[in-house]
Design a protein around this ligand. Structure first.
Ligand SMILES: [Zn+2]
Length: 233
């Protein structure tokens, strides 16, 4: 029986076409589907760790419900370039907290969707509403569009990666270490390595969690760096 390798190629092409199908939903062009898919860039990469030899670590803060002044002081005093994956609802009642971080510090606002759904439970139109909707809200409030998408719960699918591109993101970002204190339980502190992405949350323990991460970075000889700048287009 002949090797099936040559005959598998059409299946791969078919798989590629299937992966691109949501584009037909997302596309606004009236051009024929074939032309639209040919011109469309591919899905964004998924990043859980940055491949770098620079002595850097990336601090990311999710959601944004607790506007802790002590945490803001720490971010500003230490010049921490944090990636803030904010929900629009978490700044709707007080955007000033984040404006200060953006205007006087090195932090950037990134995309964490509008309503924090499990994106894999949504179709292409639903994912677009969540991801592009958050981008538009951030742009309107802060004048700066997000370039990174952190999907809620770290769950994503092929549609998420394509939709992220359509909504201005250059990567889907998960994390290397979750160092959030969950339910009063402080997780063990890992030995941080260059390129690690640390997940924290803007909740009640954010200041102490942030100090723990900064101490761990110091211990490892790493400095916090801007994740957006380290993720290539
Ligand atoms: Zn979240």
């Amino acid at each position: 029986m002949p090797r099936s390798r040559p005959r598998r190629a059409p299946r791969h092409r078919l798989a590629a076409l299937v992966a691109l199908l949501p584009l037909a939903v997302l596309g606004t062009s009236a051009a024929p589907a074939e032309a639209a898919t040919a011109a469309w860039p591919g899905p964004v990469p998924v990043v859980h760790h940055v491949d770098t030899t620079d002595p850097v670590v990336f601090i990311t803060l999710d959601d944004g419900w607790n506007h802790d002044p002590a945490a803001a002081r720490l971010l500003l005093d230490r010049r921490v370039p944090a990636s803030l994956f904010l929900l629009p609802g978490a700044y709707a009642y007080d955007s000033g907290y984040f404006r200060t971080l953006l205007d006087h510090g090195r932090s950037r606002v990134e995309n964490h969707t509008v309503d924090h759904p499990d994106l894999t439970a949504l179709d292409a139109a639903g994912q677009k509403a969540q991801i592009c909707g958050a981008r538009e809200a951030h742009l309107a409030e802060f004048g700066d569009g997000p370039r990174l998408l952190r999907p809620p719960y770290g769950t994503y699918d092929a549609t998420t990666r394509i939709t992220a591109r359509a909504c201005g993101a250059k990567a889907v970002v998960t994390w290397t270490h979750d160092m959030t204190t969950w339910g009063g339980r402080t997780p063990p502190t890992p030995a941080l390595a260059p390129g690690d992405i640390v997940l924290l949350h803007l909740d009640e323990t954010v200041e102490q969690d942030l100090r723990r991460v900064l101490d761990a970075a110091d211990a490892a000889g790493l400095r916090p760096a801007p994740l957006r700048d380290y993720v290539t287009e």
